[in-house]
Write a protein that binds this ligand. Structure first.
Ligand SMILES: *[C@@H]1O[C@H](CO)[C@@H](O)[C@H](O)[C@H]1NC(C)=O
Ligand SMILES: *[C@@H]1O[C@H](CO)[C@@H](O)[C@H](O)[C@H]1NC(C)=O
Ligand SMILES: *[C@@H]1O[C@H](CO)[C@@H](O)[C@H](O)[C@H]1NC(C)=O
Length: 330
């Protein structure tokens, strides 16, 4: 949805800033016109609202908001495994969030971290392991319920997609980097399983990943994931250990990124949703995006009080580590 009011404000601001900087009305007009044409030429229109709605507001059995199991529900089962997908479905999740990664020989698989150390009995970067090596690892090795999930392997993207389709789960595919590889692997998956156009969404912190995805396949529903102050602070709010200049620089980048995301990047990428850190969502924020035809999703919502707040007050879908417990940690 095009917000004419927004556009007038932004382009007027650009015009005034350039005008103040250069004291040239011609220069300011040219720069503004250039930016406007750039936006018009290079942005991707969002997918139709009814298609996005099928993905982002699927009918839930309870009539409540859609609940998405984070990494497949990393508290209830070993994260990013087929067992987690089955467990999430059994426990009433409407969808699962999964992390795309690649082995050294280019096989798309599920893994959150850059290394296999935290979740499996192996060690080293995922990108340095051949698929056959990765496949020998125990994907439940470090989970609190490892005795319940014996023999769990790291799944391929395709195995995970097939399991989700079987259980009619919405898939939130999170992509951390490697825009070209990810876009082509995902495009191939969508072509093979066209139902994904109605049941899955590709999300990333990196606008270039989403831009590349839309460029490769404009029919894919997408989301930008965001956490304000992500570059300068950890998610618990403490500053990252950087020099004073490092802190100033990352802080400035954070302000710029936050502004760009809310005013330019979402439109350039044509996203259908913003997946926002739970601490930065208010009714006004949800309303702001609703007016622009964009749905807000929250992560990671874990306590009972928080779940009630997102379900009953904000009425938005949320991503959680557990469908069962209300003090989980992965
Ligand atoms: C990890 O566990 C699997 C399954 O028990 C085993 O076959 C494999 O040898 C183990 N790998 C390492 C590196 O310990
Ligand atoms: C998506 O759902 C709509 C409405 O049910 C249907 O018309 C369309 O064919 C579906 N698209 C795919 C690719 O399955
Ligand atoms: C916040 O998180 C960072 C990184 O995970 C950790 O090093 C730090 O101790 C945490 N601080 C607090 C106050 O929990």
């Amino acid at each position: 949805m095009l917000q004419v009011g927004d556009e007038v404000v932004y382009f007027s601001a650009v015009f005034l800033l350039v005008m103040l900087g250069t004291r040239s009305a011609t220069g300011a007009s040219l720069v503004t016109a250039f930016l406007y044409i750039f936006m018009m030429m290079f942005r991707f229109p969002p997918v139709p609202a009814d298609q996005a709605g099928r993905v982002l507001r699927p009918r839930t059995p309870s009539g409540g908001v859609p609940v998405v199991a984070h990494r497949g529900g990393c508290h209830d089962a070993p994260e990013n495994t087929l067992a987690a997908i089955r467990e999430a479905s059994r426990n009433g999740a409407t969808g699962v969030e999964l992390d795309l990664s690649f082995t050294a020989d280019g096989v798309p698989i599920l893994m959150h971290d850059e290394t296999v150390d935290r979740t499996t009995n192996g060690s080293g970067p995922v990108g340095k392991l051949q698929f056959v090596q990765l496949r020998r690892l125990d994907a439940a090795a470090r989970h609190r319920l490892k005795n319940k999930f014996i023999g769990e392997k790291v799944p391929t993207l395709q195995e995970a997609v097939e399991e989700c389709i079987k259980h009619q789960l919405t898939i939130f595919i999170d992509v951390r980097g490697q825009p070209d590889k990810a876009a082509s692997a995902l495009h191939a998956m969508y072509k093979k399983f066209p139902v994904l156009y109605n049941s899955s969404i590709v999300s990333s912190f990196e606008p270039k990943v989403i831009y590349k995805m839309r460029q490769t396949d404009p029919n894919v529903v997408t989301a930008l994931t965001h956490r304000p102050w992500r570059l300068s602070r950890f998610s618990n709010g403490t500053l990252r250990p950087l020099s004073t200049w490092g802190q100033l620089w990352t802080g400035a980048l954070d302000v710029l990124l936050d502004w760009a995301l809310h005013h330019i990047l979402w439109k350039l990428c044509g996203v259908s949703a913003i997946l926002m850190h739970k601490d930065f969502i208010s009714l006004d924020y949800v309303q702001y995006w609703a007016e622009r035809g964009v749905v807000v999703g929250a992560w990671t919502v874990n306590t009972a009080v928080e779940k009630r707040y997102y379900q009953n007050l904000l009425k938005i879908s949320y991503i959680t580590d557990s469908l069962l417990d209300c003090d989980p940690h992965c």
